[in-house]
Design a protein around this ligand. Structure first.
Ligand code: SIN
Length: 305
């Protein structure tokens, strides 16, 4: 029996396999290159990038919980110009599609960022981050309301011709409505989900462990929430969905695909298992053979039928 086809197309983003990095968990790929080679991924989604460099939030910015990690990074990044000069030329040589996650404080900033990347051939897609829970301005403020999310996406769409993904927050009560507005505004795909707002208290100091008070929870604890989000959103939108949130095993990734995701992204698991992309690809392959699927598209949303 020939190997099943696991290549995936999201908008114009052609990936040899459906496993992407989740933004923020793989930096710009450099530190990881020797342990989790870029070439293993279907696409590399880099750290949330802003107009100006950002130092991020004061430490500690990470706190472990029994089944997940809370981060309060605050979009620490070198800024778009450094990313263009230093990171993109290196990333562009690897033969793996590059997706840049973009975060702005205003519509103008998102538009500026998209325009700068429209000029760069190394970038196959952008992922608009309207869901970061760790910054005071922009981000999640756009992603928590269907009207402002739709308005922002429509403006960016006018300024960016390649594949446009939009990463949504689960910290809302009307996710399908927001997803619908973003689809209508011209997004090519949705990334579901960003982290869940969460906190830990130090009982000795009697204050939150994170100086910012709260952060965003990722990891196994949020997988059922993320699956539910993918399930609900794919019932009402037609654009492809990249599912993420607590994917640590091939079985986790398969669950997301059966729920309706066309591709998956891996975040926290990269920190504990460098071999994860190859393992997920292998697991999806054997599952498809076992179930008699020839093409991964056949299993998308199969749990719904
Ligand atoms: C951060 O940098 O604070 C995390 C990014 C995000 O949640 O989008």
């Amino acid at each position: 029996m020939p190997d099943p086809v696991i290549s995936v197309k999201i908008g114009d983003l052609q990936m040899k396999n459906p496993v992407m990095t989740a933004s923020g968990c793989y930096g710009y790929g450099e530190e990881y290159q020797d342990i989790v080679p870029l070439e293993a991924w279907g696409a590399v989604v880099v750290k949330g990038t802003t107009c100006a460099p950002r130092e991020g939030n004061p430490p500690p910015r990470l706190v472990e919980t029994p089944s997940g990690l809370i981060n309060s990074v605050g979009l620490h990044n070198p800024g778009i110009e450094t990313v263009i000069e230093r990171e993109l030329p290196r990333l562009g040589e690897k033969g793996v599609p590059v997706v840049v996650n973009l975060a702005g404080e205003s519509e103008e900033e998102y538009i500026y960022l998209a325009r700068r990347l429209e000029e760069r051939a190394e970038v196959e897609a952008v992922e608009l981050n309207i869901s970061c829970p760790n910054v005071k301005k922009g981000g999640i403020a756009f992603g928590s309301d269907a009207v402002s999310a739709g308005k922002l996406v429509a403006k960016v769409r006018e300024n960016f011709s390649r594949t446009l993904l939009v990463k949504l927050t689960p910290n809302v009560g009307n996710l399908p409505e927001i997803a619908g507005a973003v689809e209508k505004a011209g997004a090519d795909a949705l990334s579901l989900i960003n982290t869940l707002r969460a906190m830990v208290i130090d009982i000795h100091a009697q204050k939150p462990v994170l100086p910012a008070g709260t952060g965003g929870l990722s990891g196994p604890a949020i997988k059922p929430v993320a699956l539910r989000a993918v399930w609900e959103v794919t019932a009402s939108v037609n654009v492809p969905v990249v599912g993420m949130g607590g994917i640590f095993t091939p079985e986790d990734a398969i669950e997301f695909i059966l729920a309706g995701a066309n591709a998956v992204a891996v975040g926290s698991a990269i920190f504990v298992n460098p071999r994860i992309p190859a393992e997920i690809v292998e697991g999806i392959n054997s599952y498809m053979k076992q179930k008699g699927y020839e093409n991964i598209g056949e299993m998308v949303g199969a749990a719904r039928q």
